[in-house]
Design a protein around this ligand. Structure first.
Ligand SMILES: Cc1ncc(COP(=O)(O)O)c(C=O)c1O
Length: 368
């Protein structure tokens, strides 16, 4: 008898979401209504910012945040290659050049020590990714740009609810961004959010997400060609339900991660995620482990697939893809290169049964 498939991620949706959707459908307001303003306020509260601006994806959130900060052609944005490709796509889509720096192998996040050498007179922002829900070291990053006209934008798409030194991510720089793809703790199908404190920046983000229209008067803004990147009432209504469940969901995710660490921690062939830094809280988005090399990664993934278990390649570094190839690299990505072909993500989502998790662990052990 074949066993049930275990996906890498599974959104938890049920009657509450169905009820919220029904209410929106009966209201006749399918876009730009109360659900959106409510969801924006929810996310601002979560990130500890004054404003939230709902958009249609995490990548749109990044692109709009960068553009709203005035970043465009001729500008440089420092970020990492070890991330989801959307981080870099957003920089390039707003006309700027990504300048890739190496990661700290113990955290998989940007290594602040690499930032200084990457700064040029064109640097306009550091795009900090909180990868796999682990907060990046914001004080060390900020100290590198202090006194310069360089913005800090957080890619918190994988890190909703994570805390750096007790403070929520998404509110630690000039702009924060979140994503609500179905593999995320808040899963609206598609969707994203920008979180900011500055009122003018908020206005520019609102203009850019909606064709450049002025959000108050509805008139066309004369100097900004905007996108069509709105978040619908249906998505926002689902998001609001899930915000209410976020704490419980993150607690369950953390418990599952803990259990992986207990069950796989003693295996020689595996490198498991390090504990959070003192004062930080990880928001477990997936369970990222490392094996010894690419061949082992692919072999383990195939062995899991044979047993009905989905594992993800998180991440092949972005500079291995054609649009971001090596020709544009200026700095050593030694750690990224060393780690980038060894990462495998295991299933982690609320509702993952202990028996299923044991099946995953047994399969990993057998394959490694
Ligand atoms: C680190 C990171 N940045 C950006 C994004 C982009 O989000 P979206 O897929 O909603 O555009 C994601 C989504 O998976 C992500 O993991």
């Amino acid at each position: 008898m074949s066993e049930a498939r275990i996906p890498l991620a599974r959104p938890r949706v049920g009657e509450d979401e169905a009820e919220a959707l029904r209410r929106v459908l009966e209201s006749d307001v399918l876009s730009r209504g109360e659900a959106l303003t409510g969801f924006e306020a929810d996310l601002a509260a979560l990130a500890g910012t004054r404003f939230g601006i709902g958009v249609n994806s995490g990548t749109s959130a990044l692109q709009i945040a960068l553009e709203a900060l005035g970043i465009g052609a001729g500008d440089e944005v420092i970020t990492v290659s070890y991330t989801f490709i959307g981080t870099l796509n957003a920089i390039v889509r707003c006309g700027a050049q990504p300048v890739l720096v190496d990661i700290d192998p113990s955290t998989s996040n940007i290594d602040p020590a690499q930032i200084e050498a990457a700064i040029t007179e064109r640097t306009r922002a550091i795009l900090v990714v909180h990868l796999f829900g682990r907060p990046a070291p914001m004080d060390a990053i900020r100290s590198r740009v202090e006194g310069r006209q360089i913005a800090i934008v957080e890619d918190a798409c994988e890190a909703i609810g994570a805390r750096w030194q007790g403070r929520p991510v998404g509110g630690l720089g000039d702009a924060g961004t979140f994503g609500f793809y179905p593999n995320k703790p808040i899963a609206t199908g598609e969707g994203g959010m920008i979180t900011v404190n500055d009122a003018e920046l908020q206005t520019r983000c609102r203009q850019l997400r909606n064709q450049g229209l002025d959000p108050v008067t509805g008139t066309r803004h004369p100097c900004r060609a905007g996108l069509s990147a709105r978040l619908s009432e249906l998505q926002a209504a689902v998001g609001r339900v899930q915000v209410r469940r976020l704490d419980a969901s993150l607690t369950e995710r953390a418990r599952i991660a803990e259990r992986y660490i207990e069950r796989l921690g003693d295996h020689e062939g595996l490198e498991l995620p390090a504990p959070a830094a003192d004062g930080d809280t990880i928001s477990w988005f997936t369970f990222p482990l490392r094996v010894s090399d690419r061949a082992t990664r692919d072999r383990v993934r195939a062995a899991l697939a044979k047993r009905g278990i989905e594992a993800g390649i998180y991440f092949e570094p972005a500079h291995r893809f054609p649009p971001y190839d090596r020709s544009s690299l200026r700095h050593s990505l030694h750690q990224t290169e060393t780690i980038g072909h060894r990462g495998l993500a295991l299933p982690l989502f609320p509702g993952l049964a202990e028996d299923d998790q044991d099946r995953v662990c047994d399969a990993v052990r057998a394959a490694v």
